[in-house]
Design a protein around this ligand. Sequence first.
Ligand code: DGT
Ligand code: MG
Length: 384
Amino acid sequence: VSVEKPQDTWLVAAYACQRRSPLPNNNQLLTDALETLAEEAHFCGHEGRSLAFSRASSVLKALPRTVRRVQELDSLPCLGEHSKRVIQEVLEDGTSAEVETIRQSEKYQAMKLFTKIFGVGVKTAHQWYQEGRRTLDDLRGHPAQLSKEQQAGLIHYEDLNTPVKRADAEAIGQVVREAVNKCLPGASVTLTGGFRRGKPSGHDVDLLITHPVEGQEAGLLKKVIACLDQQGFLLYHSIHRNTFESLEDSDQEPSSHASSMDQYERCFSIFCLGDLPGDAQEGAGAEKPSRVRRTSGASRFWKAVRVDLVVTPYSQFPFALLGWTGSRIFERDLRRFAKREKKMLLNSHTLYHLEQKTWMSAASEKEIFQHLGLEYIPPEERNA
Ligand code: DGT
Ligand code: MG
């Protein structure tokens, strides 16, 4: 929670999960600069450095107004010397030479281009860069060296890097809801990720599926995917066992519990979202998507959209909902706070008390915040 003090400095809590970060960002110029530095560090494999810049950016997002002078930042946590120097530069000159140099560098641009391909991480992008590749056409020349996922990512590159609008996300949610209910009546589908935080657009659609009778959800994902595929909605899909743990930094995850808790399934997919001219006439269904097979490149009425589907047992639903709503920094800090301040391990399945050696159940996100002794922060204020 940030409180403006009379002498024009702010009190901002050290953990993102203790602060309210609404969507309007009063310091976009500064946070963009810091996020470029975070991204560049990430591209170089310097995760600690990257996280430090991300945290600095996140703190600025919690401020109730635009920063004018670097002195105003004296009371703020998570701002290192380097971040402050860059902030000062941007405040004085409107831009930072260091950030601009990065943005213009060949390496940063190639890494950015490659990591925006669905299925490509920093390691692969870096390898391609080392091999002298710079453009998407350099990759298209060697399709055999690409995974199925990456091939799909290249084919739909432009669409997948065009922001998904909320109306499209909700339309896809509805299509999935219908398929899910056909396969398992009573099951629910919840839109999570950035859209749940109130963002008007996002890079993908994150959907969480569950059923109030524990166990009923087993095997559901496969059936839903088959159903959607049959209707022609899927351009690409691959089902995975939950891969969450690999995403976390090593000092936080309960690797010993991970496998036993690692129960839910996830599907990475690319949907075909389209409005057939004919469909618009179907009454209220103007936003209702229908699939159109790719015919020619010329004028088309469909676009490819990234959709993540996750199925979770009902008892784990609040943890999954909290874990998939983000933002990433908010999630990281929730886990870090749980471990460091409460001696608890939090993940998208459960909360475990390390000293009492007990699992803590929760029927809602609010209960999880309560277990952690944190003030409840609604999704719209988790844009850390
Ligand atoms: P976007 O899609 O660019 O608008 O932004 P978000 O915030 O929706 O980010 P996204 O879609 O990458 O991920 C949604 C949230 O889900 C994110 O805040 C953290 C969480 N998340 C991402 N990947 C994983 C994962 O593999 N496992 C779990 N449990 N959570 C994940
Ligand atoms: Mg998302």
